[in-house]
Design a protein around this ligand. Structure first.
Ligand code: SF4
Length: 442
């Protein structure tokens, strides 16, 4: 049997300068390059691209590093710079504007993202069984993009920080590379998730990463803006109402990212929010929501709440219902409080009896159902673009910008002959019930 011929591996040249810490960084990058099937080239001429790991400790080291970059550019032309000099302002870009990308030290993922962007690893049918976008359990046209792990808060009802640790943000270059790979693979909607999306980058002090050869801060707004450039739907989940969240609302108004925010508020009574130890508990959420709506009138707000938290009085609960009336949230989920093993809230006084919790939950859901239904009714007669999820016997099941998959409603479209999952179609809304919209194609 004849074997299919293998493509020659892509070849990376490597220049390593500086101290032992830089040397270890070089070793890690070289190890990763080899693990991904790149060959290491001993000469500039045989290399498809060169990585220069620099030192910026003293003037002489800066000079040496800049000279090495210049030599690699002259001899090869495709150069990625990493190491301490990359963290010293814009000195590399100003001296050598033709470099493909610049990262600081200890930036394995960012260097690999830059290498992937400029020299994709050759597909080897013997070893490469995984597509660039990875293996996804979601339908082909949408994907979850996890930007961080863990959480710096200590909400009294939650044990996630003890299970997953403190916030650990992924490098922004790596997140953007994954997003790009997903879009190239046909994803039409990216759902940004984490435990605390608006805190993205706090743990790394908003460190500057690189994407497409340009510096990009590891920060919520910058990430949202960069994702907005990919030309697909971008939906933000688990966003706490910190003041800086205001910065992404104009991106929604401009159509760069979806006008949709999932903000888990959990309660409205300041006393209960304090007992819950919620992030942004002291923010005036109603005033903030009003400002968001002034900037982006089409914004869809989704939230979740807990009723029957220890110490919740009848007045606290009434405050919560009054909040719903004023906030006019579009989508709301709710749970009756239930103690989780190991959560601090278990020690709080004033446990609400189970029957009362259930009664409050029912009242809460009925209250919000009227609000959500009225809001959906207002959409009848509007024309919108929807994303097709599946074709069913009843018609086409699609979602609008206001509907996240699995948790929100759907748009059921009746009269479409040819459409497939992942298509965008224009529809006119003809009817609505408590959760879903009914439409016809236009
Ligand atoms: S509920 Fe609180 S502690 Fe738990 S993950 Fe969310 S913000 Fe962090």
């Amino acid at each position: 049997m004849t074997q299919p011929s293998k493509l020659p591996p892509s070849r990376v040249g490597f220049v390593s300068l500086g101290c032992p810490k830089a040397l270890v960084d070089s070793e890690q990058i070289l190890t990763q390059l080899r693990a991904e099937g790149y060959a290491i080239s001993p000469s500039y001429h045989d290399a498809d691209l060169v990585v220069v790991n620099t030192c910026g400790f003293i003037d002489a080291a800066v000079e040496e590093s800049l000279d090495a970059i210049g030599e690699a550019l002259a001899e090869n032309g495709k150069v990625i710079v990493t190491g301490c000099l990359g963290a010293k302002g814009n000195i590399v870009q100003e001296t050598h504007p033709k470099v493909l990308a610049v990262t600081g030290p200890h930036a394995l993922q960012e260097v690999m993202s830059a290498v992937h962007a400029h020299l994709p690893p050759a597909h080897d049918p013997y070893t490469s069984l995984i597509p660039p976008q990875g293996i996804k359990l979601t339908p082909k046209h949408y994907a979850y993009l996890k930007i961080s792990e863990g959480c710096n808060h200590r909400c009294s009802f939650c044990i996630i920080p003890s299970l997953r640790g403190d916030l650990l943000s992924r490098p922004i270059g790596e997140v953007m590379q994954e997003a790009e790979n997903l879009v190239k693979a046909g994803v039409k909607e990216l759902l940004v998730i984490s435990q605390d999306t608006s805190a993205y980058g706090v743990d790394v002090k908003y460190r500057t990463g690189f994407w497409g050869g340009k510096p990009l801060k590891t920060r919520f707004t910058e990430l949202a803006r960069a994702l907005g450039e990919l030309g697909v739907w971008v939906r933000l989940h688990y966003v706490y109402p910190y003041p800086h969240v205001d910065e992404v609302i104009p991106l929604m108004a401009e159509g760069k990212i979806l006008p949709y925010l999932d903000i888990p508020l959990q309660h409205a009574s300041p006393r209960i929010l304090k007992a819950m130890r919620r992030p942004a508990a002291t923010e005036n959420n109603l005033a903030r929501i009003q400002r968001w709506r002034e900037t982006c009138p089409d914004i869809t707000l989704r939230s979740t709440f807990i009723v029957g938290f220890p110490g919740e009085t009848a007045d606290d609960f009434e405050d919560l219902l009054a909040f719903l009336d004023v906030a006019q949230l579009d989508r709301v989920g709710a749970f009756a409080y239930s103690p989780v093993d190991g959560a601090a809230a278990n020690a709080l006084a004033g446990a609400v009896p189970e029957a009362l919790k259930q009664e409050r939950l029912e009242r809460f859901m009925q209250h919000q159902a009227r609000i959500s239904a009225a809001k959906l009714q207002q959409r009848i007669g509007h024309t919108l673009s929807v994303l097709v999820d599946e074709i069913s016997d009843e018609g086409i099941i699609a979602r609008s910008a206001a509907d996240a998959p699995e948790i929100d409603g759907i748009v059921l479209v009746k009269n479409v002959a040819h459409a497939k999952p992942g298509d965008f179609i224009k529809v006119e809304i003809t009817g609505a019930d408590e959760h879903d919209l009914y439409a016809r194609a236009v």
